[in-house]
Design a protein around this ligand. Structure first.
Ligand code: M3L
Ligand code: AKG
Length: 466
């Protein structure tokens, strides 16, 4: 029966797919009828023209990185599409399937993994993109009864009758043995004061408010530089709130949602005073510090109060180069933090975190958490000998942070709010006299990163990667 069906499939296959050669070959297992010889002469995708085209000149000075909206597949040619090998064979045994790519690499996928990741509307909710398949109804030793390369991708018929189709792009994108595509790298431009001289990231309020393209540009500037100004904003809390909500919903904290504050200690935090605040990141006392912070100065009739920004990722790189021991110390020793000024509040993270926090897989620095004012009592040392090492390290860190060449200072003015990545850029202010009114809000890190990706890459591209 199965061999007759395979023969029927082979006939329809060879008729419909006369353009391609890929032989499903597997060894030593009962689905010999699943093996099919089909031939093809032309590649599935014509690779795009040479990537060094006009829109991608090889310029003398490296241009400011733009968010790269084009996907590269890390195959032989940049931006080429993944193509199944014309010469090698798809093979599978009772545990896994092996796909040979034209680029000369081979991806293997365990059958249970592949079945569990079926993208069909019965297994993946078409609207919510959530798994509807009951994973635990699958036999752990599930295997295909038929495998067939098609134009659209890899067709698999599973024992039990379920049919799946995995696009070649999807398979290449999600290849894990080996990993074939790098995670899209974050295009950041680390800066010192000199780098910003002619190049302050700024966008126009009207552009941001009128289209998602405006939001795409705004969020990509924040991603690249760690901060961005917005010009032409009505000097009201309402307009400022609407502006920040063009990115995402506001993150509420014990300071409220959208804040409008002066130096009246309405909240028991030094931000609500006229004291100077050295370079710091906010909300180090939350397990997840806020992602973005917006400040819009609405009124000010005094002196001082100048804002300060420092690129924490650049400062960390300098520390790592100049004082590697200090960098290692601040990447390992956990610093307890708290916010306990308000009568009814004492906030701490579930565990203290180091100053420098790295991605567990890529190892890249992803977050700086530093606020010496909110640092709590450090009385839990793995080894009390580390006390001196820690202080030596924070003194080194402080010295780097205080270097004038790394500080960007600007007096905020009404109509030109500042927003910055609180996981990367440290901020501060000078002490001031007179009446000063500031409004703004926090946005969650995952929320703004979602908006950045969706407005810059688009939903289809993002979903392809999930
Ligand atoms: C809400 N608002 C921005 C006005 C005040 C924030 C308080 C700053 C706090 N010390 C911290 O570093 O998180
Ligand atoms: O008032 C300012 O300019 C900044 C206040 C501040 O640093 C903060 O709220 O964390």
């Amino acid at each position: 029966m199965a061999s007759r069906r395979a023969a029927v499939l082979a006939r329809s296959l060879s008729a419909g797919l006369a353009r391609r050669q890929a032989v499903c070959q597997h060894s030593r297992n009962p689905w010999k009828e699943a093996i099919r010889a089909i031939s093809t002469s032309s590649p599935r995708f014509q690779p795009p023209p040479n990537p060094a085209t006009s829109e991608n000149p090889i310029s003398a000075s490296p241009p400011v990185p733009k968010i790269n909206k084009k996907r590269t597949f890390n195959v032989t040619k940049a931006d080429a599409q993944p193509t199944l090998s014309k010469h090698h064979k798809i093979s599978f045994d009772d545990k896994r399937i092996s796909l040979p790519w034209e680029e000369g690499k081979n991806s293997t996928f365990q059958h249970i993994w592949l079945r569990d990741h079926c993208q069909c509307p019965q297994c993946m909710h078409p609207q919510t993109k959530q798994r509807t398949l009951d994973t635990f109804s699958l036999p752990l030793n599930i295997r295909p009864s038929e495998v067939e390369p098609k134009d659209e991708g890899l067709y698999v018929k599973w024992h039990g009758g379920h049919e799946s189709l995995y696009s070649w792009e999807w398979l290449h994108r999600h290849s894990y043995a080996p990993r074939l595509e790098k995670y899209p790298s974050v295009q950041r431009k680390l800066w010192g004061k000199a780098d910003l001289e002619e190049n302050i990231p700024v966008v126009k309020y009207d552009d941001v408010m009128k289209s998602d393209n405006g939001v795409a540009e705004w969020t990509s500037q924040i991603q690249i530089y760690g901060f961005c100004f917005v010009d032409g904003v009505p000097t009201t809390p309402g307009a400022t709130k609407e502006l920040v909500e063009r990115i995402a919903h506001i993150r509420h904290t014990h300071y409220g949602g959208f804040w409008d504050f002066t130096a009246d200690l309405e909240k028991k935090d030094m931000a609500y005073t006229n004291l100077a605040l050295p370079a710091h990141t906010d909300t180090t006392y939350f397990t997840e510090p806020c992602g973005l912070q917006m400040f819009h100065l609405l009124e000010f009739d005094g002196q001082g109060g100048e804002s300060l920004l420092v690129d924490g990722f650049r400062a960390a790189r300098i520390l790592r180069e100049e004082k590697p021991e200090a960098f290692r110390t601040l990447s390992t020793i956990r610093v307890p933090t708290h916010a306990s000024g308000n009568e009814d509040v004492s906030i701490e993270p579930y565990t203290p975190f180091p100053v420098f926090n790295h991605h567990p897989v890529t190892g890249e620095l992803v977050q700086v958490r530093w606020n010496n004012e909110d640092r709590a009592t450090m009385d839990r040392w793995a080894d009390p000998e580390e006390v001196e090492k820690f202080y030596a390290a924070i003194f080194d860190w402080n010295e780097v942070l205080k270097r004038a060449e790394g500080e960007y200072r600007e007096q905020l003015v009404p109509g030109r709010p500042l927003i910055f990545d609180n996981w990367r850029v440290l901020h501060g202010r000078g002490s001031f006299t007179g009446f000063r009114r500031m409004c703004g809000a926090y946005v969650g890190r995952d929320d703004w990163q979602s908006r950045l990706r969706m407005t810059n890459y688009g939903r289809e591209e993002i979903l392809m990667g999930l």
